[in-house]
Design a binder for this molecule. Structure first.
Ligand code: ATP
Ligand code: LTN
Length: 334
């Protein structure tokens, strides 16, 4: 793994929790963007299992899902010769740096996080201390690698803002150790909505509204045909018709690069929602086909995935160790 100063490229870090089956929101909002830009940057993509355990997980399922997520990264087109792929808990510095950040982050900053407030409202007295500490662990992920950019969906903007605040506070209080990263959020696809309630984002916690990346073709088709829309007729990108807008956005993102909203509207001129759903269903089935086949292929050799994950962790660990040592020394530890 070259550093930005060696390659002149920007370093990019992002991660996904192995806490559920991957859906089209994760793909279009995050993974596809990583794949599209992978040769422009120095990439580190993580499977954030320490984040997943902020809510209860079945141990065997968590272990399997971490490997499955690695296979999704690869099946979607990430090239392990250009991109380090690793499991967060394999690099101990994440937990260690998170502790330093827990200690320098004012309680008020953590209490303001909307993802925390929403999760806490949902699981109430079962919420753990880890859930409150989640954003400081995420800041550790990013800042350990001195990342320039963090490609994520819109829902993560507030966490990246907090990460920047933590980096600035650290540098102000203890000296210039940490790079202040930027959120890289694309305007299109940043928020794919639930197929059942298009006012909410597509989310692992609402499986009925999801299109799963590994759903078989007949399930994909039936989910799209049953997607909730209004009773209008004209197929147009229209903010006041969120269900339709969501389907059109998915259609545009799965179309060849460069396809504009106008191209899509022109294509469906004179046709109704039924035609859109039918074509979209086929586009999704075709679009996910290669990923699904590649995933099945990778599943034949689990040993290869273990080796690849170990290699990924070995490549990034020295970077994490260097930042960790600098941060600890700046704080007077050791
Ligand atoms: P949950 O579904 O439980 O809310 P999540 O899918 O948001 O969880 P992660 O799996 O960690 O949580 O998200 C991985 C990446 O996918 C993040 O970059 C996130 O911004 C992006 N993402 C998740 N849901 C969507 C969505 N509906 N639209 C666009 N991007 C999304
Ligand atoms: N909080 C993110 C997952 C995540 C992440 C990260 C994303 C954990 N650490 C570092 C980008 C960079 C989520 O729920 N989507």
């Amino acid at each position: 793994m070259s550093t930005p100063t060696h390659s002149g490229k920007k370093r990019v870090f992002s991660g996904i929790q192995p806490s559920g089956e991957m859906h089209l929101g994760n793909y279009l909002g995050a993974i596809k963007n990583w794949v599209d830009a992978q040769y422009d940057n120095d990439n580190i993509f993580c499977i954030v299992d320490l984040h997943a355990i902020t809510v209860p997980q079945d141990p065997q399922t968590l272990h399997r899902r971490s490997r499955d997520l690695a296979k999704i990264y690869l099946a979607a087109g990430l090239d392990p010769s250009r991109t380090a792929i690793f499991i967060q808990s394999h690099v101990k510095e994440h937990a260690e740096m998170a502790w330093l950040f827990n200690c320098i982050t004012p309680m008020g900053w953590a209490n303001r996080m909307t993802q925390f407030k929403e999760k806490q409202a949902e699981i109430k007295e079962r919420s753990s201390v880890g859930l409150l500490a989640y954003p400081m662990l995420m800041a550790a992920d990013i800042l350990l690698y001195q990342a320039d950019g963090v490609p994520v969906g819109e829902d993560q903007r507030q966490h990246i803002e907090l990460t920047r605040d933590i980096a600035q506070k650290f540098n102000h209080d203890y000296g210039p150790v940490l790079k202040v990263p930027e959120a890289w959020i694309r305007s299109e696809g940043a928020r794919i909505m639930s197929l059942q309630d298009p006012t909410k984002k597509m989310s692992k916690s609402d499986p009925a509204g999801c299109i799963l990346l590994l759903d078989p073709p007949d399930v994909l088709r039936s989910r799209i045909m049953k997607a909730v829309t209004d009773s209008g007729r004209e197929v147009r990108f229209d903010e006041s018709r969120p269900g339709l807008l969501n389907l059109l956005t998915i259609y545009q993102l799965l179309s060849p690069p460069g396809t504009t909203r106008q191209d899509v509207e022109r294509h469906f001129e004179g046709q109704g929602y039924g035609a859109l759903k039918k074509e979209l269903a086929e586009l999704v089935v075709e679009g996910l086909g290669p990923l699904q086949r590649h995933f099945a292929e990778l599943s034949k050799d689990e040993g290869h995935i273990e080796d690849l994950l170990k290699n990924g962790a070995d490549r990034v660990r020295p970077i994490a160790q260097q930042t960790m040592a600098a941060a600890a020394a700046a704080m007077g530890l050791g």
